[in-house]
Design a protein around this ligand. Structure first.
Ligand SMILES: [Fe+2]
Length: 229
């Protein structure tokens, strides 16, 4: 009897203790000290951006432009041919925190589908006013941006026609991500073996958005990136 009474007292203490903790938590939530439980459980681990091959045209022979604007060449005669676009986004880690100091490189074909690379045998013309290789470093907000042009699809030998895409190499302190960004509506997206090799091809495809009033000639492509940082 004494033992069962002891158990009852212990149980009551546990109940009171639980009740006290819950009350204290509710008070802290009401005071804004704690987030609601739903917010804690809703916090999602972001999927890492899917990898793609580096490809044969990484511009090993030149340094990337760091002006943020690939549509003009210093001392050049004009603007690059093609639809000007702004490619921008935020680099985050899987917890959703912006990654500061990430090095974001992009390289791409020009508006005729030609890379400024000695191994590109596409007879399409080079564009002397286009820099197909740029780099930017993210700030504390993880943001990056490039002004560039929309590339054209291009022939890739036995692989077939590659849809328009921009290559990315994102380097952090612990991780490196190599991927490609594609454009919604490209007729070659569905047949591309590289794009279709990933679990979720749509996650690598962006929709071009309307320009802003400040820069009416540039359509906008938002491509957010997740890697370990
Ligand atoms: Fe490519």
């Amino acid at each position: 009897m004494r033992a069962s009474k002891g158990i009852l007292i212990q149980e009551e203490c546990r109940t009171i203790s639980r009740r006290t903790i819950l009350k204290a938590s509710a008070a802290m939530f009401a005071a804004g000290v704690l987030p609601p439980a739903s917010a804690v459980f809703a916090q999602k681990i972001l999927d890492r951006t899917q990898d793609q091959i580096l490809g044969p045209f990484y511009p090993i022979m030149s340094e990337p432009d760091r002006s943020g604007d690939l549509t003009r060449v210093p001392g050049g005669s004009g603007l690059a041919k093609g639809q000007p676009i702004i490619v921008r986004g935020t680099v985050r880690n899987p917890d959703g925190k912006p990654v500061s100091g990430a090095e974001v490189e992009i390289w791409q074909a020009n508006a005729a589908g030609r890379y400024a690379h000695p191994d590109d045998t596409n007879p399409a013309p080079l564009d002397p006013n286009f820099q197909g290789f740029g780099a930017a470093t993210t700030g504390p907000d993880g943001f990056y941006q490039f002004k560039t042009i929309k590339p054209l699809h291009y022939p890739a030998g036995s692989i077939g026609i590659r849809p328009a895409h921009i290559h990315f190499d994102v380097r952090g302190r612990r991780d490196e991500l190599v991927t490609q960004m594609y454009f919604e509506g490209d007729p070659y997206n569905e047949k591309d073996s590289f794009l279709q090799s990933v679990l979720n091809p749509n996650a690598l495809i962006v929709k071009l958005l309307s320009p802003t009033a400040e820069e009416p000639e540039f359509m906008i492509a938002v491509f957010d990136i997740v890697f370990r940082g």
